[in-house]
Design a protein around this ligand. Structure first.
Ligand SMILES: *Cc1c(COP(=O)(O)O)cnc(C)c1O
Length: 385
């Protein structure tokens, strides 16, 4: 199906970028497990020369991902971090970046421990007030990088308001849309230049692939990113591309179920006496609920909780007591996971900064899966008592 732009989200998730295979009629895009392609004469080929540059399975996936974000172009990377790395490589020594103070731990580590050594300066600021961005802008500021909902405290950053400021200062504006997925929000329609995904999470959806993606409708940025993609080489293989194409076909069904289970569990936890705090953007009293309602179609299945009067030991015991939830890093798969950010996903952030961002020792993050809600509730009830 060539043009899917006027079709619904589910139809795009199933069909975009995918045609029956021209040689055999195979309905599913084949896994083109090849590193190179025969040429008729030097330089004369069917658009594919060497598989780091291009692979048909990956091309189908890139088109499908672009269609889901309403983007003109898509690039699939071997990991989310590979995708982030490519965006920062648009910059030069001396350039400055403005970003949030509540970032994915790996992004923070890459910015501070890798790119800071290459002469790029990062400002980690409170993006809940987008006017703060202007205060940190100067002639060297080139990139605004945001993440919303934030991880793990589920702050909602106003994508559109940040975009207005980015435009005014001529910044490249990139949104990490991993937590929401394109089913819940589309930053490009709210002023972003680039959307980044850890495809590993909701897009892949089955916890069996590590992958990243960048989506953009800006031709110039696409050309630069595609050049970095091929030059630096963080490209995914055809088997992983196939698995994600397969996962995407149920993205809309999975997201509906994640949101529904998430809503039930968030309300249950909020009313429980052993829980001090529940972070979930769907609550009317969530500080950014109005922004969430404005820019998201629903509130997702990511919930963080703070246990009341719990030591680190108590928190570990709690996190290790589930039967259906699995104690593990990552999120967005069909199975429910529980994670202890302070020692797992966010361990690379210094304790003082971590706690200032709300990542205390008795905080746990839940990725609500799509299992039967009765079983998830029984699991929670048996642990909480
Ligand atoms: C997982 C994650 C990343 C990193 O992606 P990988 O696929 O693990 O490299 C970046 N941002 C967010 C919000 C994530 O959850």
């Amino acid at each position: 199906m060539k043009d899917t732009s006027n079709l619904g989200f589910g139809t795009r998730a199933i069909h975009a970028g995918q045609e029956p295979d021209p040689t055999t009629g195979a309905v599913m895009t084949p896994i083109y497990q090849t590193s190179t392609y025969a040429q008729e004469s030097p330089g004369k080929h069917k658009g594919y020369a060497y598989a780091r540059g291009k692979n048909p399975t990956r091309s189908a996936l890139e088109k499908c991902l672009a269609a889901l974000e309403g983007a003109k172009h898509g690039l699939a990377f071997s990991s989310g971090m590979g995708a982030t790395d490519a965006v920062v490589k648009l910059l030069r020594p001396g350039d400055e970046v403005i970003t949030g103070n509540d970032l994915y731990g790996g992004t923070y580590r890459m910015f501070t421990k890798v790119f800071a050594n290459y002469g790029i300066k990062f400002h980690f600021i409170d993006l809940s007030n987008p006017a703060e961005i202007t205060k940190h802008c100067n002639k060297n500021t080139k990139l605004l990088w945001i993440e919303t909902p934030t991880n793990p405290t589920m702050q909602i950053i106003d994508i559109e308001a940040c975009g207005v400021i980015a435009k005014k200062h001529n910044l490249i504006y990139c949104v990490d849309n991993t937590f929401a997925s394109p089913y819940l929000q589309n930053p490009l329609t709210l002023g972003a230049d680039i959307v980044m995904h850890s495809v590993t999470k909701y897009l892949g959806g089955h916890s069996d692939v590590v992958m990243g993606a960048l989506l953009t409708s800006n031709d110039e940025l696409y050309d630069q990113l595609a050049f970095i993609h091929n030059s630096c080489g963080a490209t995914p293989g055809p088997m992983d591309s196939f698995l994600v194409l397969r996962g995407l076909k149920t993205l809309h069904l999975r997201m509906k179920a994640h949101c529904e289970n998430g809503r039930t569990i968030a309300h249950y936890l909020k009313s429980h006496p052993k829980i001090e705090k529940v972070y979930w953007p769907g609550f009317n009293d969530h500080p950014n609920h109005e922004i969430a309602k404005k820019q998201m179609r629903d509130f997702g299945g990511m919930i963080s909780i703070v246990l009341k009067n719990a030591s680190l030991e108590d928190t570990f015991a709690f996190a290790s007591s589930f039967k259906v939830f699995t104690l593990a890093e990552s999120l967005g798969g069909v199975e429910s996971l529980i994670n202890h950010p302070a020692t797992m996903t966010h361990a690379s952030i210094p304790k003082v900064e971590r706690e200032a961002a709300g990542v205390v020792d008795n905080l746990l993050r839940l990725s609500i899966g799509v299992e039967d809600i009765e079983d998830l509730m029984n699991d929670l009830k048996s642990v909480l008592g």
